[in-house]
Design a protein around this ligand. Sequence first.
Ligand code: F6R
Length: 609
Amino acid sequence: MCGIVGYIGYKQAASFLLDGMSKLEYRGYDSAGVAVMENGRIRVDKCVGRLDALRQKLAGRMPVGTMGIGHTRWATHGRPSDRNAHPHTDPSGNFVVVHNGIIENYLSIKEELLAKGHCFLSETDTEVVAHLMADLYDGDFESTVKKVLQRIKGSYSLVFMCQMEPDKIICTKKDNPLIIGLGEGENYIASDIPAIINETRRTFIMSDGEIATVTADSVWVQDINGVPISKKVFEVSWNAEAAEKGGFEHFMLKEIYEQPKSMRDTMTGRVDAEALCIKFPELNWSPEEMAAVDRIFIVACGTAYHAGIVGKYYLEQLAKVPVEVDIASEFRYRHPLVDGNSLCIVISQSGETSDTLAALREAKRLGARTLAVTNVVGSSIARDADQVVYTYAGPEIAVASTKAYTTQLLAMLMFAIYIGRLRESLPEEKAKELVKGLTLIPEQIHQMLENVDQIKVFARKYGSCEDAFFIGRSLDYAVALEGALKLKEISYIHAEAYAAGELKHGTLALIVEGVPVIVLATQEDVYDKTVSNLQEVKAREAVVIAMGFVGDENLAKYADHVIYIPRTGKYLAPLLAVLPLQLLAYYAALTRGCDVDKPRNLAKSVTVE
Ligand code: F6R
């Protein structure tokens, strides 16, 4: 989840590196560094802290040179420190490397190099790779990289410079993202597209095992045996502004406000508003294949897992297929009973989450058909799955996922309707009613975002609380889980979500005077029971903020406050109900002075287990 950038061309490298790193800082931000070829020597500057710390360090003494690599780090091996920050060099300073991922066998290599007299300055696995370059150097940069790749195990994106060949950067990857941006007389390397779109839109995505030798005028891609690989260059369709804040104070708020668009984009080509049906032109499973599926596994992490829980309700109730939902880091280790009649759906915004990728591979190994629901085109998960449904949320920069979540819910609902119709378990009229409701959702979200004053007031009033509870039943419970995660991850308020009926089996003991309890009451079939649970917490003098549909006069009789959302059907309600919860988390974090886009200890893309 670290950020990587590289530049070779005719401009000053350091200025691009710093700019590019600022676009990737969300990937990891406990330290940062750059290495620039300055007058034929590799100069490394790095320090712990945010990118600003590095900028300050460089102020007045910027490295001078037209080729360089940079890195923002999220610590995995070795605490955040100046020494552990990347780039790392070998003792002579002839080789320098930046790395994203984990070198699993670094300890055994380190022992071997220690025995040969190497001294290490850091605790990182990455420094071992730089030393290994020096140890295996055979007079040729490219062939030495290949030798190193034969020795290391693990996951990585690696970018190298070598003082003896100061006209090229070499990079490679395995299970971690890396892209190349193409310019005129200059070329770029990055772990993600936002880093380069200010400079170029022409890009290609590196695949596992490929080695790219990048000069100012050329990019040569080969495999470890020297077999040339021709890459498909594509134009990035979104612009630099789409990856910037666009006038909003934070990426998170911008992304919350982008939800009407991301919903429309994700429906495009799939929702037929005239025939009121769902199509998935990208899927090429036959109805027979779909009919053969007797169990679905949904696997994901964090917010994407919460989308999976909603997806379970959709698929079971609309498509009538039994569904199990798993946290990706648990999936492999519980030995799930996956077989050739199983469909495994992995949900991942980034498409790079290590646990989710591993779960996908395990499901494939066990013979399941696999489907990725992801937001990142060409991501590892997208490439590994048999079929992909892309969510078109656009780049999500804030660590806290918002628009990716709602597009994931949408994708799951569309998929459930689609499968329900294929398997003839969902009557046509019911499907039409759902699709009609879906077409109204972007405008309903838009209306909700027009008036958020009430949420700001709640955030100010209750933002100083140290605990909060979210309760609901059925789909409301699934949304409550996401509401609680949003609040805790960015405001650091301890928040818990409970199935409303479960509260009295223990947690009710924590409900005391003044504790805010957010009660979701949008599911008609369990509405009365939810209102009873609301009264249970009210009786313990909790502050109850209830959420229901416009026109529900009942809730106001029992709750301290009511948030009204536009009326919609029960399956569509999660798409709207989560919005006030995202906003509540955002404004509560603001009230508490938290770093909304970069919450402590978290990173956007979790590419380590
Ligand atoms: C929370 C959040 C995380 C991610 C999780 C999975 O706001 O964003 O919980 O949902 O790390 O990430 P992806 O979806 O990229 O696999």
